[in-house]
Ligand binder design. Structure first.
Ligand code: AOF
Ligand code: ZN
Length: 440
């Protein structure tokens, strides 16, 4: 693995920004040992433990090593709680170990600002850490190299990792990184399809396409997302709850195998539920509005929405947002910008296909997770399933309603997004294909 070495005393300017371009890293690269890589991988594992619990903050892990011995480990465990570096130094103290002259491995550059927590660089300097190995930069305005600069000025050897540990550290925090760089949430599309490419079942059939394990995984992803979105067509067809259900509310024990890695506290976190509904048709007797005590609802409408419908939705307890912009593409980007301003760093798109196509056409998809289930569904179409679940909506209404949620259906054009990278794994009987279109 190659690294960027910033030797102590290279510059005296406090708070100076270190340009972290690919060119600067490769020009100054050298090798770190396999031992260094191993400790970074451990720090990455520790960072994972905060998943679903720290947003909008990043996942961060840290390991302190002296004379080959791990003397402290920590991670960012709760929003507002200790940052990873301070947690690892506290662990050193608990173990009765002195971190002076030790090496700290950390998955994100240490912060230099006062936020919910004091700056980590102060704690690192006070502890007398001799060397800091960092797996990824922090692209936020308040960070961006400032912390590493301060450490170096304080006489600490600062090393930036490149290679696979650096890539893993960046992938760990895609929502945080995209939000920091663009102000927008990371958008992940979930799809479940049959072997014959169907994404919905026929009326009267089970609504499920993917298997139980896949559905459990979806609940976990919901709990890890800041917001979930569906098109109004999906609501009219399925009357979904869109809550994350990973723990039995009575016993507190995990409901599904995939939930077992999560704590009850994190499983209780519910994402904001968003319905793209240009005409404000969300039924007042829908399950979404009946469960506002579990998590809020945001209805994204167009300017054409009937004001009496909007006030009925308000009275029912939903928040409404009129998406600005003449085209569907503009409405999607203005909605994403609004969500970003609210501190939403990740948006999980759950259907239907019209909403998915609109986001793809607007070039607003960062990742997709597609389950392919070993089942043939024959002639089922999205339209044939619509309208079954909510009173008063005619069968076949889903596609036109969903299309109108984000603009004119006629504007749909070809949208070929080629993945930068993809992977395949088995989930029960299903195959899960994860594809990334953008990396941040
Ligand atoms: C670190 N280590 O473990 C984390 C960092 O408001 P605060 O105090 O929680 O600070 C949040 C910011 O601090 C966050 O946006 C990111 O820049 C950094 N997070 N930094 O050195 C950590 N969680
Ligand atoms: Zn910090």
């Amino acid at each position: 693995m190659s690294v960027l070495c910033l030797s102590p005393g290279a510059t005296r300017a406090r708070g100076r920004r270190i340009p972290l371009t690919d060119q600067s890293i490769s020009a100054m690269s050298s090798q770190v040992t396999a031992t260094d890589q191993g400790h970074l991988r451990r720090a990455l594992e520790l960072a994972e433990r905060g998943r679903g619990r720290v947003s909008p903050n990043p996942l961060v892990g840290a390991v302190v090593v002296r004379d080959g011995e791990v003397i402290g480990e920590g991670f960012h465990a709760e929003l507002g709680g200790l940052h990873a570096e301070r947690a690892a130094l506290a662990d050193c103290r608990e173990r009765g170990k002195d971190p002076a002259e030790a090496t700290m491995y950390v998955t994100l550059e240490p912060c230099a600002h006062q936020g919910r927590q004091p700056p980590c660089v102060e704690a690192v300097l006070e502890a007398g850490i001799g060397r800091v190995v960092i797996a990824s930069d922090d692209p936020s305005e308040k960070a961006a190299g400032r912390g590493p600069g301060i450490l170096r000025d304080g006489g600490v050897e600062v090393v930036f990792a490149a290679g696979s540990e650096a890539a893993s550290a960046r992938l760990l925090n895609q929502p945080f990184r995209k939000h920091a760089r663009t102000g927008l949430p990371l958008v992940t599309l979930k799809l479940a399809m049959s072997l014959d490419g169907r994404t919905s079942t026929a009326p009267g059939d089970s609504p499920w396409i993917s298997g139980e394990l896949s559905r459990a995984l979806v609940h976990r992803w919901r709990a890890e997302s800041d917001a979930i979105a569906v098109g109004i067509g999906t609501v009219l067809a399925d009357d979904p709850l869109l809550t994350a259900r990973t723990v039995d509310p009575k016993s507190g024990s995990p409901l599904y195998p995939y939930a077992s890695q999560r704590t009850a506290a994190s499983a209780e976190r519910q994402p904001l539920r968003i319905v793209f509904d240009s005409q404000a048709r969300l039924p007042l007797d829908s399950q979404l509005l009946a469960t506002l005590d579990r998590s809020p609802i945001l209805v994204v409408t167009g300017p054409e929405a009937d004001p009496t419908r909007l006030s009925a939705l308000h009275d029912a307890g939903a928040e409404t947002l009129v998406a600005s912009g003449a085209s569907r593409r503009d409405r999607i980007s203005s909605t994403l910008a609004d969500l970003g301003r609210r501190g939403i760093t990740s948006l999980f798109l759950e259907g239907g296909q019209t909403l998915a196509a609109a986001f793809a056409f607007a070039d607003q998809l960062d990742e997709s997770r597609t389950f392919v289930a070993p089942v043939l569904l024959g002639q089922a179409t999205p339209a044939s399933r619509a309208g079954g679940a909510v009173a008063g909506v005619p069968r076949g209404a889903e596609a036109p309603l969903a299309a109108s949620t984000v603009g004119d259906a006629a504007a749909t054009g070809p949208a070929r997004l080629v993945a930068l990278s993809s992977s395949i794994e088995s989930v029960g009987e299903d195959v899960l294909i994860t594809a990334r279109y953008k990396e941040w």
